[in-house]
Write a protein that binds this ligand. Structure first.
Ligand code: 5AD
Ligand code: SF4
Length: 474
């Protein structure tokens, strides 16, 4: 899930807006020692990586601060998925530049996908940048910072086949103390023709299953109630124990994490339709604490476009997958990612993307118009031939339909009672709590004495709209 919304005046769905560039952590305050300030953009993986970076810097004697002006090191964890995401980062760099002018000696580092994509070019293009570090080189940060302090700008964009940061215990930055991310794999081997990720995050590799379970156990001990297992394609998780040669699949990993505690909710993202197995679906069905929610990006509802996108499934195959999910887990919610205006997409083919929303009854979708990315297969092989206005008009049709489907699906929840994990106060009123049900739908309800963030409660839904359910504790 990515949070660089396409700019489409007024019509785009605001996706996790609050998270955009969120700055989060326990502030080190006025304590001595060097301080770093970090902003994250893009997918959940980037937010999770920032916690690994924070841990590495913590070991090197840096402490986090929310106050950019008081920091010795500004880091920006960047996203390249669409052009818009990169433009946002460039804008932030202009702001950092102003701060840097007031604070000689301050360093600016660019991390993540944009660092990997542009490499050394970043230093030439953006004079204020001192350090450029790709997603697999974060262990080198303290050395690069030390070099930059001595006036040597540094770049490390080495992509690894092994690095999973398995042994690093992330510094929980944004913590609401209730939910946390656990990175279970890195990279992507899929080569969807529109996507820059395989180039910026490298080859797929899975993290040691025991360190994942240990991280989940540690979180439970610290009072956490929900973990989201993260990877570009979690269903292709496969780890071999080097000693016993035993293999752990994603379905097995899910069960291992679910068994850490029945009180711990387990979520995961993202699933590739081609890799999600019945075993995964059975695990979701059989464990109450594995959430009944699957993010299953379709990208397009048309078989010809799917082939051009190199998604390796066609529409009938995807439909069967959706059928199978609802057959095994009738109360499962499915969400999606959809791209409009991919190369050569016709009006008829666009209508297929509309009808797949209707077919799959997505609870929600992340929707984008196609943005050509340098170096991808599509950029090299196909012409980006759909005019921007057409892409945007198609996107607005997709968004409108998805909103209608979400609204009518949420209407069906009225009268139902859900187990909700309380996340904190609702945004609108501190008289209300917000939380999520297993299906990942946001539920708002009046507070009750004795309950707090991190508690489970049962809420009967009395009202709903396209984005939230409202109800009362029962
Ligand atoms: N243009 C538009 N959207 C894209 N995505 C990935 N690459 C592009 C692109 N070039 C979308 C896909 C993916 C999500 C994370 O971002 O829908 O699933
Ligand atoms: Fe990109 Fe496809 Fe990999 Fe997702 S599965 S990161 S869309 S290449």
């Amino acid at each position: 899930m990515y949070n660089d919304n396409p700019t489409l005046d007024g019509v785009e769905k605001k996706i996790d807006e609050a998270k955009q560039g969120e700055v989060f952590y326990q502030d080190a305050g006025e304590e001595g020692g060097k301080k770093f300030y970090i902003e994250s953009y893009g997918c959940q993986m980037n937010f999770s990586d920032s916690e690994i970076v924070a841990s590495i810097l913590g070991e090197a004697g840096f402490s986090p601060t929310r106050n950019m002006e008081a920091s010795d090191l500004i880091l920006i964890n960047t996203c390249s998925i669409r052009e818009k995401a990169e433009l946002t980062v460039r804008k932030r760099l202009r702001i950092f530049d102003k701060v840097k002018q007031q604070r000689p000696g301050m360093l600016v580092g660019v991390l993540g996908c944009m660092a990997e994509r542009l490499k050394k070019k970043f230093l030439d293009e953006e004079k204020l940048v001192d350090i450029v570090v790709g997603p697999d080189a974060y262990r080198d940060l303290p050395t690069l910072v030390a070099g930059a302090e001595d006036g040597n700008k540094g770049v490390n964009v080495f992509l690894s086949r092994e690095e999973t940061y398995a042994d690093i215990s992330p510094m929980r930055l944004d913590s609401n103390g209730v939910s946390a991310f656990i990175s279970i794999m890195r990279g992507c081997d899929n080569m969807c023709s529109f996507c820059v990720v395989p180039y910026t995050r490298g080859r797929e590799r899975s993290r040691n299953a025991f360190t994942i379970v240990a991280e989940a156990t540690n979180l439970v001990e610290r009072g956490y109630k929900e973990v989201t297992l993260l990877g570009q394609n979690v269903d292709s998780y496969k780890w071999e124990n080097p000693e016993t040669k035993e293999k752990v699949t994603f379905a097995e990993l899910l069960v291992m994490v679910a068994e850490v505690s029945p009180e711990l909710r387990v979520r995961f993202s993202t699933s590739h339709p081609k890799d999600i197995t019945d075993e995964v679906l059975y695990a979701i069905r059989d464990y109450e604490n594995i959430c009944k929610y699957i993010h299953l990006p379709v990208q397009s509802g048309n078989s010809r476009i799917l082939k051009k996108m190199n998604r390796t499934y066609d529409r009938p195959w995807y439909e069967q997958k959706v059928d199978r999910i609802y057959e095994i887990i009738p109360d499962c919610a499915i969400s999606s990612d959809i791209i409009t205006g991919f190369c050569t997409e016709t009006e008829e083919e666009h209508k297929d993307s509309l009808s797949i929303i209707n077919y799959a009854k997505y609870s929600m979708s992340y929707m984008f118009f196609y943005s050509e990315r340098p170096g991808t297969l599509a950029e090299r092989k196909y012409e980006d031939d759909i005019p921007l206005e057409v892409k945007k008009r198609r996107l607005s049709e997709i968004i409108e339909l998805q909103n209608n489907i979400s609204r009518s699906e949420n209407l069906k929840d009225i009268g139902k009672t859900f187990k909700v994990l309380i996340e904190g106060d609702s945004k609108r009123s501190d008289l209300d709590f917000k939380g999520r049900n297993s299906q990942n739908k946001m539920v708002i309800f009046p507070k009750k004495e004795g309950l707090k963030a991190g508690d489970y409660t049962y809420v009967k839904v009395t009202e709903s709209n396209s984005a939230t359910l409202k109800g009362e504790i029962v």
